[in-house]
Design a protein around this ligand. Structure first.
Ligand SMILES: [Zn+2]
Length: 356
């Protein structure tokens, strides 16, 4: 049914593909869509967050190799294709004041260098749809923010023959999405856990949801059948995931009943759309005609910028800044790291679920 469709999911670190939109990608693979996961960095600065694997000299000696093996296993479980973009993990800076980012890391790469690398992958794989992170990176890790910036720049450039002419024939993906964290999902799961007499892992988080900018999350992909695949893929990142952590505390049956979708924000679409929608490919022409559309130069304004038919409303800059600052506020719980991962190296397993 979905033969000939191609989806590219751009992520910052190995393990992000298994914690953000993983069940949806597995569903699309099962539907016959060709899915390519791009990891911008190798996750070199991740910490070992599985208590049972900490201080293992065999792992500490070559964490990069271990993470590559873990990623290969996750890729196999999800059934996706995978490529490394080849940049170096920036790490999550800690301290007050924050230390400078390490030299040579992804977040410090010149934008045109990182963009050309991703444009090359786009022009080779020729995706019709791309997924990435929002302006905050989903949460303010420098590599996640850089992933957003580079993905949006590559979406702009890939179809333009004047940009990166040596990086392959122009190809214009028709939509770019941000993987979304739906407040409704968290509230729903939290309330359902309490109603069942279970301890909710989201209690503190839910109290602070209203401090996050409101995102236009109108795309809901039904993929509950693939929640177990998502969890298996996440467990494949064994050094990064505490198997007893919060991530796995909500029973799958409850997740399926309360919130059977993974959710996305449509950032830009070059084709007309009707929102809400339930498919990342909604509104696109049939596969054969679609390829022709992607090969054709899209409309641009006098500055050379694409003219999307739909563009997601961008939250006010002050809201984005406040959210970024709020996540560094000692008085606030680690609302974002708790669910999104990237706990930053201390040994508090409660806040560490998925890191890199
Ligand atoms: Zn990450």
């Amino acid at each position: 049914m979905s033969d000939g469709l191609r989806l590219m999911a751009v992520h910052a670190h190995p393990d992000d593909e298994s914690s953000k939109g993983a069940a949806a990608t597995a569903k699309y693979v099962a539907d016959g869509v060709d899915v390519l996961v791009v990891s911008c960095t190798g996750g070199e600065r991740g910490d070992v967050l599985n208590p049972s694997m900490q201080h293992d000299p065999k792992i500490e000696r070559d964490l990069v190799a271990v993470r590559r093996q873990e990623m290969a296993r996750a890729v196999e479980i999800l059934g996706v294709r995978h490529t490394w973009l080849g940049f170096v993990d920036s790490g999550l800076p800690e301290g007050d004041p924050l230390p400078p980012l390490p030299e040579g890391c992804f977040a410090l790469e010149p934008l045109e260098v990182a963009t050309e690398a991703l444009v090359r992958v786009i022009r080779s794989f020729r995706p019709h749809v791309i997924t990435t992170y929002d302006e905050l990176g989903g949460y303010p890790h420098p590599d996640h923010i850089m992933t957003h910036v580079v993905s949006v720049a590559a979406f702009q450039a890939a179809g333009d023959p004047a940009q990166f002419p040596h990086a392959g024939a122009p190809w214009q993906p028709q939509k770019v999405y941000y993987t979304g964290w739906s407040p409704d999902r968290l509230r729903g799961l939290h309330e359902a856990m309490l109603a069942e007499g279970l301890e909710s892992p989201y209690a503190e988080w839910v109290q602070h949801l209203d401090k996050r900018p409101v995102r236009a999350i109108h795309t809901h992909v039904e993929c509950a059948d693939y929640f177990p695949v998502r969890d298996d893929a996440l467990r494949a990142h064994a050094t990064q995931v505490d198997p007893d952590g919060n991530w796995f505390k909500v029973p799958l049956e409850l997740q399926r009943r309360v919130h059977p979708t993974e959710d996305y924000e449509l950032a830009q679409s070059l084709v007309p759309v009707t929102l809400p929608e339930n498919d990342l490919f909604a509104g696109l022409p049939e596969a054969g005609a679609l390829d022709e559309v992607c090969r054709t130069a899209a409309a641009r304004d006098s500055d050379g910028e694409l003219v999307p038919v739909y563009r997601s409303p961008v939250p006010a800059q002050e809201d984005v800044v406040a959210a970024a600052e709020g996540s560094e506020d000692e008085s606030a719980p680690e609302e974002v790291t708790q669910v999104e991962g990237h706990a930053d190296g201390d040994d508090d397993a409660d806040r560490s679920e998925v890191a890199s």
